[in-house]
Design a protein around this ligand. Structure first.
Ligand SMILES: Cc1cc2nc3c(=O)[nH]c(=O)nc-3n(C[C@H](O)[C@H](O)[C@H](O)COP(=O)(O)OP(=O)(O)OC[C@H]3O[C@@H](n4cnc5c(N)ncnc54)[C@H](O)[C@@H]3O)c2cc1C
Length: 424
């Protein structure tokens, strides 16, 4: 078993990383080479701006290359809860922003000819308890009436034709959305940006950003550059000059295992539609079939950071969950196991804007493959003067109370979620 991301391990070679020291002057410096940063670099490149992307590791090596492979519409939190919190109009705007984000991914794939096995699969949220289905039915009614008619409740009588498991009582199907090979998508985005002149510096951790004259001086492990504008696209970075952001994000580990390739007849029986799936528990699982017929199975197995020993422990828990949902796969070989950090905000909505003269976009709360890509495009617009392009412009972003930068509270949240899953 490889303790590595399947997406990164099977990504195509040929990422056009820049050699030599980081130096020179640019219109824009982008810190972080995930989907936010790579998409922004492409957008700036298309506008004819000079842009450098600096990443502490490899391009796409953060959450963008370590996720569940789903690219779904719909907000991270429950639509009914969001509506109660924000009112109908703002909840609709949030929902529509995610639908637009899926469209952005599909458009970029088309326009840039990115070969990433994109499938418009839709997402099926599976009710793990009978009253979870009742809740999904109520939410579906609101979504259908207010914002998206391309959804359907799959009742108990039909759920086995979607997912052949005894564990589910029905589900909510949202058809708009898809799945893709995240490593291929990252390399495709990077190549498209490089074709427009973007410089991509790997292993160039940024250590300081300071105003100097009319520009910014950005220091990194590979040298120093100057830029007129800076976009921070680091997600929940645990290093570098990002203390202000750290106090606003909870970096929660999420973990994934991938089986050996499974026989086609097994998959045709278990998951005939090959959608993206997620379960309704708070400590939920998510899964999908990979392009080479493996089952990718993930979840928030434990509330802890992702590091290799912790990943291996979490993966043992996931293996148990997989066997519970699909007993026929209990003996399937596990070929990959890894973890990553999800950048969760207090209300699970993204944040993007300007702080101290520097721009940022992050906090996608586990729903970021589409939104990060979308926000990279949007931030190029916003930073060129079109504030309206930012769907998250009117959201305040106070620090999480009691959060000093180290997420001491995560084990407590984990224990609370586990308890709530038992009783709710
Ligand atoms: C296990 C897991 C499963 C997920 N599943 C899904 C899913 O199925 N669907 C979905 O929509 N979303 C999912 N997500 C969330 C999604 O992957 C992210 O929201 C999205 O990829 C964020 O992209 P990003 O560019 O903002 O950040 P990242 O991809 O994390 O990129 C940030 C980059 O910044 C770099 N960086 C950090 N600090 C510095 C520094 N000081 N200097 C330079 N560079 C720095 C990092 O090296 C990293 O490459 C998942 C996330 C995880 C972890």
């Amino acid at each position: 078993m490889k303790l590595d991301s399947y997406w990164l391990d099977t990504a195509p070679p040929g990422l056009p990383a820049s050699e030599g020291p980081v130096e020179g002057r640019y219109d824009v410096a982008v810190i972080g080479g995930g989907f936010t940063g790579l998409s922004a670099a492409l957008a700036f490149g298309r506008r004819g701006a000079s842009v450098a992307v600096l990443d502490a590791g490899r391009m796409g090596g953060g959450a963008s290359g370590r996720n569940g492979g789903q690219c779904n519409t719909g907000v991270a939190q429950d639509y009914a809860a969001l509506r109660a919190q924000l009112g109908v109009e703002r909840a609709q705007d949030c929902y529509r922003a995610y639908a637009a984000a899926v469209d952005t991914v599909e458009r970029l794939i088309r326009e840039e000819g990115i070969d990433c096995d994109y499938r418009a699969s839709g997402k099926l949220k599976l009710a793990a308890k009978p009253h979870h289905l009742e809740h999904l039915e109520r939410t579906a009614e609101l979504i259908y009436r207010e914002v998206d008619q391309d959804i359907e409740i799959i009742g108990r009588d039909r759920i086995r034709s979607e997912v052949d498991s005894e564990s589910f009582f029905g589900g909510l199907l949202q058809r708009h959305g898809g799945q893709m090979h995240m490593g291929r998508f990252a390399v495709g985005l990077a190549k498209a940006g490089a074709r427009r002149g973007a410089r991509l510096y790997e292993h160039a951790a940024v250590t300081s950003i300071a105003k100097e004259g009319g520009a910014y001086r950005v220091e990194s492990a590979r040298g120093t550059l100057r830029a007129q504008q800076v976009l921070i696209a680091t997600g929940p970075s645990r290093h570098g000059p990002f203390a202000w952001y750290r106090r606003r994000l909870a970096p929660v580990g999420s973990f994934i295992i991938v089986t050996e390739p499974l026989p086609e007849e097994t998959l045709a029986r278990l998951l005939p539609q090959r959608r993206s799936y997620t379960t309704s528990r708070l400590m939920h699982n998510y899964f999908r079939v990979t392009p080479d017929s493996r089952l990718l199975f993930g979840g928030r197995a434990r509330f802890t950071a992702s590091e290799q020993p912790s990943d291996a422990k979490s993966c043992r828990i996931l293996r148990g969950n997989l066997a519970q949902l699909f007993p026929g796969l209990a003996l399937a070989r596990i070929d990959y196991c890894w973890g990553g950090l999800v950048d969760i905000t207090a209300d699970r909505l993204p944040r993007a804007g300007e702080h101290d003269g520097v721009w940022y976009s992050m906090g996608y709360s586990g729903h970021g493959t589409q939104m990060a890509t979308h926000m990279g495009q949007a931030m190029a617009d916003v930073m060129s003067g079109n504030a309206q392009a930012n769907p998250w412009r009117n959201f305040a972003w106070p620090a999480i109370p009691g959060h000093t930068g180290k997420p001491w509270f995560l084990p407590l949240v984990g224990a609370y979620y586990q308890l709530k899953d038992v009783f709710y």
